[in-house]
Design a protein around this ligand. Sequence first.
Ligand SMILES: *Cc1c(COP(=O)(O)O)cnc(C)c1O
Length: 313
Amino acid sequence: MIRTDEGELRFPRDPALGGWYTEEEIGAAVTAIRESMDWRVGFRAKHREVEFEDAFARFVGAAHAVAYNGAGSALDMVLKALELGAEDEVISCGINFVGAHVSVLGSGGRLVLCEPDPATLNLDPQDVERVITSKTRAILATHMNGLAADIDALLDIAARNPHPEFGPPLVIEDAARACGATYNGRRVGSLGWATVFSFQSKKLMTTLGEGGMVTTDDASLAARLRRLRSFGKNIHWGTNLKMSKAQAAVGLVQLRRLDAMNERRIHLARQRNEWLDNTVPLSLPYEHADRQHVYYRYSVLVPPEWRGAAGTD
Ligand SMILES: *Cc1c(COP(=O)(O)O)cnc(C)c1O
């Protein structure tokens, strides 16, 4: 708690920095700048970007990784690749980061909101089952606050509810808050059709404050995403959504340190559990035996009596 100038006690705001840097990241950024001073080389990212993408794909266990300038633009392009019509539906969780909703709205399809599971705060598979229709093209699962959503249940629902023309709805994962998290012994990023990660300043690892990545096993989606981020490569529409060389160089170092940084978060969360357990009537963050929570946020639920005066009748 911090005391304001007026003497009020306030809970401190979320930190603006999620991961943190060592001399190694600083060295990688400086090297990228120095190398770029060769007039024949410049700031072209190609080599470093491919190195970072390959390392990231190996880390999550996916066939392809495509770097972007952010998770928001990456998710926009994954949805664009679906070429949704106005009737097409995308199911997404009501409790979410606004960017996930905005991407669906911008894709031309219909956003269909679904309830969260009150324990995990992730998409509730039972409610997905209730809202899915023959117009559903995709299920967008945000791994809220660092705990993986129940992807197997979502894949199963999708398989049982195929779209008449396009087949089972595709499971897209927003893992902006879950870089390094696991699900049944696998890393998030190797489960659904496409998974989007963010390396923005507050996230679990960061590439100089902005950055993103998509992982997928679908070679044609990966090729499409590479064209979309680079003016369509003369094949179709595209724009410039590329990651810079210094960002990729720093990302390589952050990726190597990600598990160690996440360990610190997990340790702090366990300490908080001990401090809060039995002292106040809060619902502590849900832990699942087969899913490593990486605690992008340590979220607790307060009892209904604490809900305050909002929403009076
Ligand atoms: C941060 C965040 C994004 C957007 O990521 P950017 O890299 O900032 O574009 C999208 N979804 C979720 C759940 C996020 O937390």
